[in-house]
Every structure is written in C-alpha cells, then in structure tokens.
Design a protein around this ligand. Structure first.
Ligand code: SF4
Length: 328
C-alpha cells in the first residue's frame, strides 16, 4: 500500500475544499475504499475523513419527503422508524445488502459510491481491466462472467453495480444532493450512476471533488405494496445475481402507479419508465406483469456465461410484482 495523508474534515466546506486536492478521496465508513486501497486498485494521496461531519440525520422534508444524511449508517437507515414505516422497500434492500457488521460501518453516501465486484477489477494480477486501467481491455468479456451485466454493457466493460440500496432508491425515485466548489445541486438517482460506454472508469456523474450530503426521497414511499427480492448463490453474504425492487399503488382494483428497478444486471440500477407504464390503468395480473418484465428486459445481451440471467430476471420481476399485487 502506498503512503497517503489523512485529514479529518471539520465542516462540509472544509471537506469540499480538501476534496479538490490531487488524489483526494472522501472516507466514510471505509468498507469498500479501504479494501480498494489495500489491494492497490485505488491509490489515494489524501484521505479526507468525512465520517464526523453533521450529515447523519434523518429528517422529514417540507414536501413530506424524507432526507437521509450521507453519513447515516446503513443499519441506522434500515432501522429508522420513518424509513421502516414509510419506505419499507428501502429498509428491506438495506438489510439484504450486507452483514450486520458491515451495515454498522457502511454509510448511505458510501453505499452510493461502492465499486463493482468484478473479480478482474479487484485482482491486479489480471492486466486487462478498463475500469482499473483505462485502455487496457476487459478480461471479463472472454473470461468468467457469470455475475456480469446483461443490459447496458459496452465492449469496454460488462461489470454490474453491486448495491442493493441503490436499486430500491431507483424504484423510489430518490435524488442525491451533492455539494461541490460551485455550490449544491440535486441529481436524480436514475442519472447518478453511469453506463460504462467507453469510459467505465467513471461510475457516476459526480464532478471531481463533489461530496454527497444526502439522499432525498419523495413523499410517496409505496408503503402499502412494495417488495425487495434478491436472488443470489448463497442465502447471505453474497451479491445479487438478480434483484428486483417492485412497488405498486393499487386503488379500486386498478394500478395507479408502479415502480420497478433491477439490480445485478447492469452498470447501474436498471429502470425503464415504459415498463412501469405498461401496468398503469390495468388490474394487477400475470399478463400485465409479464409484459412489464419483457419491456424492462428489452435489448438484453448476455455475456458468454450468464444467459440464464435473462430468464431469471424475467421470473424475478413477475414474482416480485405478484407479491405486491396480491389482493390486500
Ligand atoms: Fe474491468 Fe469492467 Fe472488464 Fe470487469 S467487466 S474486467 S471491471 S472492464
């Protein structure tokens, strides 16, 4: 591991200022960044510790939504009464995301920024990884790619985003509030993570040095009908092969609103408003659910070893919608 400097930020402004330094990385819970640093995948020159900043509150917004501070630990977010009561989909996804020990350390801001779990990315013995070493190639394309993307991939990278929390946030139409040298802005969760294109080294649309300060949720949390379904090789401590965040608003036997996002299938949480539109105005049922799943998976292009994910994802979407669409 290369030597680096460490500085504990005293304020958000202090952190943003230091975040402009060459080689600076923000340190929250460290559950991903420390591994990346020890493995030589990331080589920070300066760690700016933001874990003590006053960004650990959960508060109701004037429009009735909810603001979750970037430094709220994943376990605290999952167990917060307002999250459990009003956004149970988010609570379920957070609990599915990691062991209790990791959830106690990991922060909401850090969860948004966690890197892919592609093993070629983590193992520097493999030379060709465009995400780790831009322009070097992609060993996963012709290698072991059972866990990789089936949607939105590019010749440069077929990695998936590993977060469960972000899949729920995508379905819930959350936004990410960030602070940078030019001030504060809000980014829709759907626009926060990138598809790989020809620059897979960039996971997000954050500008250099921008600090996540909160995640904001809209007032409607689909509390009456939502479900997070995670399918993985082991019952726990495993990343999703496929996951689904599904939610319906059903009144008088008709779907008024729908939200669906997929995890484990793309470089970002995968959502298509056209798939949700297929459900609106119809009675919940398998025909509508299957159509929505087909629209969501349109254009799927599996790698050499993960064709099974297309079928698995379709079945998972239908099953999650059956769960939330069952008669009350
Ligand atoms: Fe690297 Fe992406 Fe290829 Fe994995 S899939 S080896 S992260 S370029």
């Amino acid at each position: 591991m290369n030597p680096f400097a460490y500085y504990r930020a005293r304020s958000v402004d202090d952190a943003v200022r230091l975040g402009q330094s060459p080689g600076a990385h923000f340190l929250g819970g460290g559950t991903n960044l420390i591994d990346l640093t020890k493995g030589g995948i990331v080589q920070p020159l300066l760690l700016v510790d933001v874990s003590r900043l006053p960004l650990a509150e959960v508060a109701t917004l004037p429009d009735g939504g909810l603001r979750i501070g970037a430094m709220v630990r994943n376990s605290d977010a999952a167990n917060h009464a307002l999250v459990r009561d009003r956004y149970p989909l988010l609570s379920q996804a957070l609990v599915a995301g990691a062991s209790p020990q990791l959830r106690n350390m990991a922060t909401v801001g850090g969860n948004l920024l966690q890197r892919t779990r592609c093993h070629y990315f983590y193992d520097t013995a493999f030379e060709h990884c465009n995400k780790r070493a831009p322009g070097s190639g992609c060993d996963a394309t012709g290698g072991v790619n059972r866990n990789h993307a089936i949607l939105g991939a590019s010749p440069a990278c077929i990695a998936t985003h590993p977060s469960d929390m972000c899949v729920a946030l995508a379905a819930l139409r959350a936004s990410v509030r960030v602070r940078g040298p030019r001030g504060e802005r809000s980014i829709a969760l759907a626009d926060f993570h990138r598809l790989p294109g020809d620059a897979p080294q960039h996971d997000t649309t954050l500008a250099p040095g921008e600090l996540i300060v909160s995640v904001d949720l809209p007032p409607d949390g689909f509390a009456a009908r939502s479900h997070y379904l995670k399918l993985r090789d082991r019952a726990s401590y495993a990343f999703a092969l496929v996951s689904v965040a599904a939610a319906l608003d059903v009144r008088d036997g008709v779907v008024r609103d729908a939200a669906i996002a997929l995890g484990g299938v793309a470089h970002k949480p995968w959502r298509r408003p056209e798939a949700e539109a297929r459900l609106v105005g119809r009675a919940p049922g398998d025909d509508a659910f299957g159509e929505a799943a087909d629209v969501l998976l349109q254009g799927a292009r599996p790698a050499s070893q993960n064709g099974f994910k297309v079928t698995l994802a379709r079945r998972a979407v239908v099953r999650a919608l059956q769960t939330v669409g069952a008669p009350a």
